[in-house]
Design a protein around this ligand. Structure first.
Ligand code: CMP
Length: 675
């Protein structure tokens, strides 16, 4: 009987049978047919074989038949054998049509989420292949990465990639939540990515979508702006109930992640004022109250109407660099609106001070303010940084965060073109620094304070500063002051061993000091302060120290072996493989080695375009900040009982000489070249 029918009719009648009634020949025939179906092209032959046993036939004669509604529970996956369907989304209408060979309905069943759209037949006599959720999950969940392209009006708007990778929130989320999100966002339009996140985010539940939302919140400035984001969220909030919860949750997380940047952004602030219902809804969100941080709405209003900006006395250009002490020893972050004191010299080494926000630009604010005080005409002048080693560089006109960006021990000069040779840093650090005699203080105590200060500085860094730094902060009109301070801290710690050791004329004391440095570094490593550890290690390896053969010869071999071990971790070869392995082997990193994070971010930033075929390359945003949230608190550090205030102060300020020529000379003086 079968033989007399057309192949097409035979195929259909085989499909109409209950799967368990299909004969071997029928299964083979189904297999041959589905080999040619576009939607199944990427599947392995094995999976296609399994599909032949579960696939079913569905037929709709009428135009306008609804297969399912947006918001429904997902029960099956469809492939169009013939005909056309329309995809409808609330508030948008028909966003696209799907044709023969296309598939749909996978999102909801893979993710255990409601249907993202309504599907209606747009032609008479539509034929579908249908796979029930149970079979789909069993068979297709194991499928290698599969790409899913969502179209609207003929254009790709969202490209999803099925991933078998674990969610970043770790194994907890994987085992606790059955509805772990299985697709990651590869590319998409800003609005569609947002819509997707808002639809699938589940407040209080850790799904993979939580990570995507955070990535979006952290990186959105790369591909859109606050104003657009706000408008979109408000539109979705007002459109109906389906995304309301998602929008509220998004805004709450946004304010948590961006903290003061969120509260200081005028676009966000005016957006929050537009809709009183919205504000009310957000402030009723339990997370707003739960977090001990200042609430979303009462931001800095506690200042009784005085200007929100606090003042930091951060003096630059003195011979010894000071950190923003008045912000409680670096215990608080520097905000863009904070005012700093800049000491600016002119060619005859007299100086003037100007007080400007850290976000002030060189050309329009700093030079202008300094020239006004010195009664010069700003148009002729440049701002030049004179380093301790007498090198100079002009600070670019549009640069901001000057106070934190200049290097240790350098001075700022106001000069006209070409008079750089005048500049002599007479008050160079090498003339004013004296040995600290910190070798007499307990190693644990110093290490504790070093680590604690590093930790404070790290916590001051806003997560967005990484982004601003690697992608060009001026584009975002935001500064990277706290990151700059951290970078300077790295240099300070790296110049600390050569400074102290070369200041020490007595060989026995020098040996003792070198031992101390190695011990301090051991403690930093023990505290998982990889930042401090690497910096001090670089300092011990400084040529001014490494050439001190007499000192090294007298060092007990135990210490030399320790240094050799540490040097292994420092080895940059194979993309810092040793360091990465070491960090992976420890349970926690309290303070990561920032230069490496910056390197990774820059690599990622330069190696990937932000947009690909007009779509936001969201995959790139995902790699962006993988490693940064690695903080554990310092509370459980072994605090020493007899802490002297001077030790703490020293660990924060530790004055250093950064001029390598001077350090080499000092090193030669304490230990002349062997003949
Ligand atoms: P699901 O959410 O299960 O149900 C509706 C389906 O429509 C969805 O899976 C997608 O497979 C499909 N679809 C096609 N285009 C779009 C689109 N632009 N937005 C959302 N869903 C779409």
């Amino acid at each position: 009987d079968l033989k007399r029918k057309s192949p097409d009719a035979m195929f259909r009648s085989a499909l109409r049978k209950l799967p368990e009634h299909r004969t071997a020949t029928e299964l083979e025939m189904i297999y041959d047919e589905i080999l040619h179906i576009n939607a199944l092209k990427e599947l392995s032959n094995e999976i296609k074989k399994q599909l032949t046993k579960v696939i079913q036939f569905e037929f709709h004669q009428q135009v306008g038949t609804t297969l399912f509604h947006q918001g429904d529970e997902g029960r099956s996956w469809y492939v169009i054998l013939s005909g056309v369907v329309d995809v409808l989304i609330h508030g948008k209408g028909v966003v696209c049509s799907l044709h023969e060979g296309d598939d749909f309905g996978n999102l909801a069943i893979v993710n255990d989420a409601p249907r993202a759209a309504t599907i209606v037949t747009a032609q008479p006599n539509c034929q579908f292949l249908r796979v029930e959720k149970f079979d789909f999950v069993k068979i297709l969940n194991e499928v290698e990465a599969k790409t899913d392209r969502l179209k609207e009006h003929g254009k790709d708007v969202l490209i999803l990639e099925k991933n078998s990778l674990k969610s970043r929130s770790g194994s907890m989320a994987d085992t606790l939540t059955p509805s772990n999100y299985k697709y990651s966002i590869a590319r998409g339009t800003v609005d569609k990515i947002l819509e997707h996140i808002l639809r699938y985010i589940q407040p209080w539940v850790l799904t993979g979508m939580e990570d995507s939302m955070e990535d979006f919140i952290i990186t959105y400035k790369l591909f859109t702006d606050s104003k657009h984001l706000c408008e979109y969220l408000l539109k979705q909030y007002r459109a109906g109930d389906s995304l309301k919860k998602g929008v509220v949750y998004f805004v709450v997380r946004w304010s948590h992640i961006h903290t003061y940047i969120f509260h200081e952004d005028p676009d966000i602030q005016s957006f929050l004022k537009v809709d009183t219902n919205f504000i009310k809804h957000i402030s009723e969100n339990p997370m707003v109250a739960v977090s001990g941080k200042p609430g979303l709405l009462n931001r800095r209003s506690s200042n009784n109407g005085t200007s929100g900006a606090s003042q930091v006395v951060l003096t630059v250009g003195t011979s010894v660099q000071r950190y923003p002490m008045s912000k409680q020893n670096g215990a608080e972050p520097i905000h863009d609106s904070d005012k700093v004191l800049l000491k600016i010299y002119d060619w005859n080494n007299t100086y003037t001070t100007v007080k400007l926000p850290i976000s002030a630009t060189v050309s329009f604010q700093i030079i202008a303010a300094a020239c006004e005080k010195l009664s010069n005409s700003p148009s002729d002048f440049k701002l030049v940084e004179l380093h301790e080693n007498h090198d100079t560089n002009e600070i670019p006109k549009r640069q901001t965060s000057v106070a934190t960006a200049v290097s240790l021990n350098s001075r700022l000069y106001l000069t006209t073109t070409g008079d750089h040779p005048y500049l002599v840093n007479k008050q160079s650090a090498s003339k004013t620094i004296e040995a600290s005699h910190m070798e007499t203080v307990s190693s644990l105590e110093i290490a504790y304070h070093l680590c604690k200060h590093n930790w404070n500085l790290m916590n001051n860094i806003h997560i967005l500063e990484f982004l601003f730094k690697t992608c060009g902060g001026h584009k975002f009109k935001w500064t990277t002051s706290n990151l700059n301070v951290m970078a300077r801290r790295f240099n300070q710690l790296a110049y600390w061993p050569p400074t102290e050791i070369c200041l020490c004329a007595n060989i026995n004391k020098r040996v003792q000091l070198l031992r101390k440095f190695i011990k301090w570094d051991t403690y930093l490593k023990m505290y998982h302060d990889m930042f401090g550890f690497m910096a001090v290690m670089i300092g011990i390896g400084n040529q001014a120290v490494s050439r001190l053969h007499d000192t090294w010869d007298k060092l007990p071999s135990k210490y030399r072996k320790m240094v050799q071990g540490f040097e292994g971790i420092l080895d940059p070869s194979r993309n810092h493989r040793n360091y990465r392995l070491f960090v992976a082997s420890t349970e926690s990193t309290r303070i990561p080695y920032f230069p490496l994070i910056m390197k990774d971010l820059t690599f990622m930033q330069e190696g990937n375009d932000t947009f690909k075929d007009d779509l936001v390359n969201f995959e790139k945003m995902v790699i962006t900040l993988l490693d940064i949230n690695v903080t554990t608190s310092v509370d459980n550090l072994l605090e020493t009982t007899k802490t002297a205030g001077t030790t703490k102060k020293y660990a924060i300020t530790c004055p250093v000489i950064t001029n390598q020529v001077v350090l080499n000379e000092m090193s030669n003086t304490v230990e002349p070249k062997r003949t």
